[in-house]
Write a protein that binds this ligand. Structure first.
Ligand SMILES: [Zn+2]
Length: 309
């Protein structure tokens, strides 16, 4: 048994801490991209480098026709064009609450009228390929132009700035992991017992000395024979260079009472949730302790969303 009395250490002692995963995002600006984290087929600088330079430089986001287009910021729709004529095709213009002016070009259709107040992330249009008098004047994409302060008529259509410099990057998509193990183990009474996540395997998460891992972890327990209850907790182990455990930190336990149900043999269901951040050589596993005799854990499901860095 690796966990002994008095082995619990402060989290900081082994570099284990709880953080919100959202803290890992780095913000360069506040604007939302129109269609999320998609490929940019032509940058603002690409538009300026064209010969002749683009009459309205912007960022082209390559998306299929019909992709929802979302407002970059809170603001008011101030202009809309519903014909495919000219290079722009159909467009919408947004006056953001910060005073900046944003145009979305080559749309298939717009969902909001001028004068409409919109919020950041609201769907305002469907992407298209409209321009030059046809629905297919361009390859399908959303072109976003940004002017700081005034309108393009005031500032000049070519005097836009690079929208990408004002974008808040999307949070990277986490890796989702889900395992279910039919344990069918009878728990010894009042003894902390490691919870397997597969046959003879107990680790919930593990970080090497080079990588960091941030995530949230949910342990689902279905147990029969629960008349009083059981407890769940997570243990963090710090490993040395050869993989031996040198420290442990025991997290507060969660007590799951028996499910109150008149039907006999109703399983008791418990969930232990843990946001976590691992750096350095660390490993997490969980333990369960029966508060009455004869508890049988039927299955253990572990769901994790995590980011490696
Ligand atoms: Zn473009």
């Amino acid at each position: 048994m690796l966990i002994g009395a008095g082995a619990a250490l402060g989290a900081a002692a082994i570099g284990w801490d709880f953080v919100s995963p959202s803290l890992s995002a780095t913000a360069a600006g506040t604007y939302a991209r129109p269609c999320g984290d998609v490929r940019i087929s032509s940058t603002w600088q690409d538009h300026r480098n064209r010969n002749p330079p683009s009459g309205e430089p912007g960022t082209d986001y390559a998306v299929p026709i019909g992709t929802p287009v979302r407002a970059a910021a809170n603001g008011v729709i101030v202009d809309r064009k519903d014909t495919t004529t000219t290079a722009t095709g159909r467009y919408l213009a947004l006056r953001a609450d910060d005073g900046n002016y944003i145009r979305y070009l080559h749309l298939r259709s717009s969902a909001v009228l001028p004068g409409t107040r919109v919020v950041r992330g609201q769907i305002i249009a469907e992407s298209g390929a409209s321009g030059f008098g046809s629905e297919g004047g361009y390859g399908s994409h959303v072109h976003v132009s940004l002017w700081i302060g005034g309108t393009p008529l005031q500032l000049g259509f070519t005097n836009s700035v690079d929208f990408e410099n004002y974008v808040q990057p999307e949070d990277p998509v986490p890796t989702h992991q889900s395992t279910t193990y039919a344990w069918n183990g009878i728990l010894p009474l009042a003894t902390w017992t490691p919870i397997p996540v597969s046959a003879n395997f107990f680790s919930l998460a593990e970080s090497s000395s080079l990588a960091k891992e941030t995530g949230d972890l949910n342990i689902y327990i279905h147990a029969a024979g629960v008349t009083k209850g059981f407890q769940i907790r997570v243990i963090a182990e710090s490993l040395n260079g050869s993989g031996a455990v040198v420290d442990t930190a025991v997290q507060p336990s969660l007590e799951i009472p028996a499910t109150a149900d008149t039907a006999p043999n109703t399983p008791t269901f418990g969930v232990y949730t843990l946001p976590y951040f691992l750096s350095g050589r660390l490993r997490l596993y969980s333990q369960i302790r029966a508060l009455n005799a004869g508890i049988k854990v039927q299955r253990v499901t572990v769901k994790k969303n995590y980011w490696l860095s």
